[in-house]
Design a protein around this ligand. Structure first.
Ligand code: PLP
Length: 393
């Protein structure tokens, strides 16, 4: 066993956390850029960034300073009142999403951003037009409605009955989608690239065909960019690769670079379906989280983070493909699914990576998910690739 796994010690004795995640195997105490340190001082290269959250790397000084300054100035009021950081983040998101002007509802997480999108679709659709169609193998979060939208029946089983009004169709299949539409359908909800479900990139033209179908049948196109948004795939939003204009976009994860904040953006005419009192949250977009998001978006724009992610993604993909232990690579930018040669189990490789000081994720039984901070430099990528090669060897 390496120093990295000997450092653990948090999986023994009585764990005070509910067993929803399995016993934790490491306790981190510090992060900087692409690196994390555990409590015994062991260093890890983070190729997962808190699952596509710390796109600017850990403890980014501008985000840290923004949070500290905001905490000293105004930590929280209520969504009954306006605050400057919230307004500025909403405007920035609207500009970065582009296309028709829109409005934002702030939430605290991806699931909550999707919850807002689902309620908006129901309100927009009106009585009897409430069904949301989503895709098999999709992931939209763990609240009951977001779970119902998630196209993974094994995650539903223990929690039935789930809310009604959700229907699933095979991913990347426009014919089946068309067949599933009836008079009760209000919206189609899709990830532009499926993240949790295995980093599944749809065929070229699929999203455009879905957009056309939604236009023909007067349905909302809701895109869940919680994982793919904010430069992760080499564009500000993954749907920008396809040139489609969604009606609703949800984001979270990278928006606060680690501070919890989510957002549901909708075209202004669609957002108009909501009236005061239809939806609310105490903390969504509160000043501390919004100031982190404001700083995050400012730094992302200054760095031109989408271009950095696209460039680093190309290098990372090529390097991964050159490894003997890798059977294939899919994804875009720095959201990558890596098929392991010889049907090796991803969980075993993740554990071996951890022991070697390398944080990796899974993307299905025999695939890894690689989603490093988008500021990763060439030397860090070389280090990660060499370490992975050793782990796989
Ligand atoms: N949507 C997508 C595409 C996600 O990847 C996730 C989380 O992984 C969620 C929604 C749920 O986000 P959260 O965990 O912040 O509720």
């Amino acid at each position: 066993m390496s120093a990295h796994t000997q450092a653990v010690g948090v999986g023994t004795g009585h764990c005070p956390l509910m067993p929803t995640y399995g016993p934790p195997t490491v306790m981190f105490v510090r992060g900087q850029g692409c690196w994390l340190w555990d409590r015994d001082g062991n260093r890890y290269l983070d190729l997962l960034s808190g699952i596509a959250v710390c796109n600017l790397g850990h403890a980014h000084p501008r985000v840290a300073e923004a949070v500290a300054e905001q905490a000293r100035t105004l930590c929280h009021v209520s969504n009954l009142y306006a605050t400057e950081p919230q307004m500025q983040v909403a405007r920035a998101l609207d500009r970065l999403i582009g296309g028709s002007p829109g409005q934002v509802f702030f939430a605290n997480s991806g699931a909550e951003a999707n919850e807002c999108a689902i309620k908006l679709a129901r309100k927009w659709g009106g009585r009897g037009r409430h069904t949301v169609i989503s895709a098999g193998r999709s992931f939209h979060g763990r609240t009951l409605a977001a779970l119902a939208a998630t196209g993974q029946p094994e995650k539903h089983e223990a929690f039935v009955p789930l809310p009604e009004g959700f229907r699933h169709v095979p991913w990347d299949d426009i014919t089946e989608l068309e067949r599933a539409i009836d008079g009760t359908v209000a919206a189609v909800l899709l990830e532009p690239i499926q993240g949790e479900g295995g980093v599944n990139v749809p065929s070229a033209g699929y999203l455009r065909a879905v957009r056309e179908l939604c236009d023909e049948r007067n349905l909302l196109l809701v895109l869940d960019e919680v994982q793919t948004g904010l430069a992760r795939t080499g564009r500000w939003f993954a749907h920008h690769h396809e040139g489609v204009e969604p009606d609703v976009v949800t984001v979270a994860k990278a928006l606060g670079n680690g501070m919890p904040i989510g957002a549901c953006w909708a075209r202004t005419e669609v957002a108009a379906a909501f009236n005061p009192g239809d939806h609310a949250t105490t903390f969504g977009g509160q000043p501390l989280a919004a100031s982190a998001a404001r700083a995050t978006l400012e730094v992302m724009e200054e760095l031109d983070l989408p271009t950095m992610a696209a460039r680093a993604g190309q290098k990372m993909q090529a390097a991964l493909r050159s490894l003997d232990g890798v059977a294939g690579v899919r994804g875009r930018g720095l959201l990558l699914g890596v098929d392991l040669a010889g049907e090796r189990l991803a969980t075993e490789v993740v554990a071996a990576g951890m022991a070697a000081g390398l944080l990796l994720g899974t993307a299905g039984t025999t695939s890894l998910r690689i989603a490093p901070p988008l500021i990763i430099d060439d030397a860090e990528m070389d280090h990660g690739i060499a370490a992975l090669d050793e782990v796989l060897g």
